[in-house]
Write a protein that binds this ligand. Structure first.
Ligand code: 6R9
Length: 665
């Protein structure tokens, strides 16, 4: 039995939801009368045409009754960017700081107010329009954590273009595939960026990606907009005298951001969007390999993002909020950009890493900006624990009230360190379970409102009704463990996969008719706490980055010497999970260090450095069922060196297992 932690008085006194009973009452209202509940938030927004009562929400989650659809506030007309900027400026927040920007090097920092941000967004939106970008066009963004990234996303929202941010740690192959899939009209990037002492020349990766898109995918990106960033920040390592020698320039295709923005008006009429018009898409890994372009729409996403930030982090007007996630992931979309701005919040945006110039950078920034809400990932916490408590202790962290966690289950050891050391035992921990697909938090502890247990994501957010199903699709009432599914939509859930609604229906709604299937398992304990146990499909979560085993296997088998590959997850003390790969070889090929190194390099090139395998093991044969399915369950045991492999009755050739145990590196 895990200990229950009650929210401290310090948190409760300030909280918007100061008791568990109040939470339950609100949760009940959100399910009984979604229209009344969500209207309270939606009424704060500016609407060209307001949502119509009686037509607030409609959906179908059951394929036997027709196509899957989800609609919130259909027919209402608004613009998300206008609500994030113009509305706040009109409400008197023009001089409020929207972002404190902190660069990779502590010498580099700046700030931007709501009015300034609005002006910059309008100018860039006008520039995009001049480049021929309009409603429904796709704009790919491959950027570091700089203010232009936010400006670019919001400019797209202003003119109705769909942004598709690709995390700037992805390889040129991954970027090429994503730009081609959505047929991007523009790619926006920066010349480069520093991460710690490492220089990333993003423009080169973009050049490669545009070339690969053209040749491999027959998609030509006609325009590349480049932010000149390296020249304005402190170099954190060696740099040539002339920075422009680092990359090439194609005069027919490449333009500087500052050149196209110069002279643009700070007035830009927004494109008025229907509630269900697309706002953005974001690729996430699919268990069959090809990434899925998760599509989010306008009114529902805005409403849900606004509500989750407010309640989950108990955001209050004078707070300084900091989410460390990169904008390349959904956490960065919702909780660095959309939700904080929708709440007129002041946020910190950080370009660098927690380890540069020293391992106390996070805590130094919490102290510097007097951060009240700090939101990060378990993998970062575990990496920081390693360096000892003194890095934390030397800073004054008394401004903190809420500590957030996201990306994977947080192990109790990391939870306790976060709670006791960083939060001095008085902050609440919001362990937020959600997905790219859910748009915002769906299961979470709420500061002031819910009790906490280390490692449990707690309770459903408003409007969310989680259900646990067994293998036969039967509902598990009370305590138990099963598939985590949802029986109804909340406003922020995705509406489709870009260009592939069939796949959307198949991946998320076909396994259990009537339910959205998360792909995660979960258990409910005697006290009603939910514990997400991890993916039940062939997905891996390395340092909070989701990837599919199929994706990595596909890359490994590209190498001519490899005949077959199987990838499993092995628990890792810092990354949460790591990749353990088994490969079989073609006749005549031999297994050596050179092969292992070239395979690791290939995965980094094709997917990104975060996907690099920890172990590659030679497998003369792979354990398969009689029908030829690889038994990953057994491979996971081999990876662990655990000989208790359970039932092997379906195994076609039991001898291969012994071989694998013998061959462990
Ligand atoms: C927001 C985000 C989604 C997957 C999800 C689950 C895992 C995220 C979690 C968590 C347990 C948490 N996950 N948060 N598991 N507790 N608090 O991470 O989106 O990149 O799409 O990943 O991450 O497995 O299904 P995404």
């Amino acid at each position: 039995m895990s200990r229950v932690y009650k929210p401290s008085n310090y948190v409760v006194e300030k909280s918007r939801i100061p008791s568990f009973d109040k939470y339950k009452e609100m949760h009940k209202k959100s399910l009984d009368n979604p229209e009344a509940f969500w209207s309270e938030i939606a009424d704060e927004f500016y609407w060209q045409t307001p949502p119509q009562p009686g037509n607030f929400m409609s959906y179908n989650f059951d394929l036997s009754k027709g196509n899957i659809f989800i609609k919130w506030m259909e027919g209402a007309v608004t613009n998300v960017c206008f609500n994030l900027l113009d509305r706040n400026v009109r409400n008197g927040y023009g001089d409020k700081i929207a972002y404190y920007w902190e660069g990779n090097c502590p010498d580099d920092y700046s700030r931007v107010t709501y009015r300034k941000l609005m002006d910059q967004v309008c100018q860039f939106a006008n520039a995009l329009r001049d480049c021929g970008v309009g409603k429904g066009d796709r704009v790919s963004i491959y950027m570091p954590m700089i203010l232009e990234t936010v400006v670019c996303m919001l400019a797209c929202a202003r003119i109705g273009a769909i942004h598709s941010v690709v995390f700037a740690g992805f390889s040129s192959d991954s970027l090429a595939e994503r730009m081609s899939d959505c047929k991007a009209k523009v790619l926006v990037t920066s010349d480069g960026a520093w991460r710690g002492e490492k220089l990333l020349v993003l423009k080169n990766i973009c050049d490669e990606a545009m070339e690969k898109a053209k040749i491999k995918h027959k998609h030509e990106v006609p325009l590349c907009i480049v932010v000149s960033h390296l020249g304005r920040v402190t170099p954190c390592g060696p740099l040539p005298d002339d920075i422009t020698t680092l990359y090439k320039w194609d005069g027919d295709r490449d333009v500087w951001w500052h050149d196209i923005v110069e002279g643009q008006s700070t007035i830009c009429p927004p494109e008025w969007m229907n509630a269900e018009d697309p706002l953005f898409m974001l690729y996430t890994s699919g268990s069959t390999g090809k990434p899925k372009g998760v599509l989010h729409t306008t009114a529902g996403y805005l409403t849900y993002a606004t509500a989750t930030l407010r309640y989950v982090f108990d955001y209050q007007e004078k707070d300084i909020y900091w989410c460390t996630a990169d904008v390349g992931w959904i956490t960065g979309h919702t909780y660095v950009v959309y939700a904080p701005l929708a709440n007129a919040a002041t946020s910190v945006m950080f370009e660098g890493t927690p380890f540069y110039p020293d391992n106390d950078r996070y805590w130094a920034l919490v102290e510097k900006y007097k951060v009240t809400q700090f939101y990060t990932a378990p993998t970062a916490i575990r990496a920081l624990i390693k360096f000892g408590d003194d890095f934390v202790k030397k800073h004054n962290l008394s401004s903190l009230r809420v500590l957030g966690s996201v990306g994977e289950p947080i192990n109790p050891e990391a939870w306790l360190w976060y709670y006791n050391l960083v939060g001095s035992g008085r902050c609440s921990i919001a362990d937020t379970f959600w997905q790219t697909e859910t748009g915002g938090h769906v299961i979470t502890t709420l500061p002031g409102a819910t009790p906490m247990k280390p490692g449990s994501a707690g309770f459903p957010f408003f409007g969310v009704e989680p259900t646990l199903l067994d293998d036969n699709g039967k509902v598990i009432e009370g305590p138990g463990e099963g598939y985590l599914v949802f029986s109804r939509p909340w406003p922020g859930i995705m509406r489709s996969l870009f260009g592939d609604h069939d796949r959307y229906e198949k991946v998320y709604f076909s396994k259990f008719p009537g339910y959205y299937c998360t792909g995660d398992g979960a258990k409910r304990d005697e006290d009603g706490f939910l514990w997400v146990t991890g993916r039940i499909d062939d997905m891996l979560n390395v340092s909070g980055h989701l990837m599919s085993t199929a994706e990595v296997e596909g890359v490994l088998t590209e190498e001519a010497r490899v005949s077959e590959a199987a990838v499993v997850s092995k628990p890792h003390p810092i990354k949460g999970e790591s990749l353990y790969c088994f490969i079989s070889l073609n006749e005549g090929a031999s297994f050596d260090v050179d092969l292992v190194n070239s395979l690791k390099k290939l995965v980094r090139q094709r997917i990104g450095a975060f996907a690099a395998p920890d172990v590659i093991q030679y497998a003369p044969g792979l354990p398969k069922t009689r029908s030829g399915k690889i038994m990953r369950r057994i491979l996971r045991k081999v990876a662990l060196g655990d000989r208790d492999i359970g039932d092997t009755s379906t195994l076609a050739d039991p001898n291969v297992v012994e071989e694998l145990f013998k061959n462990r590196p």
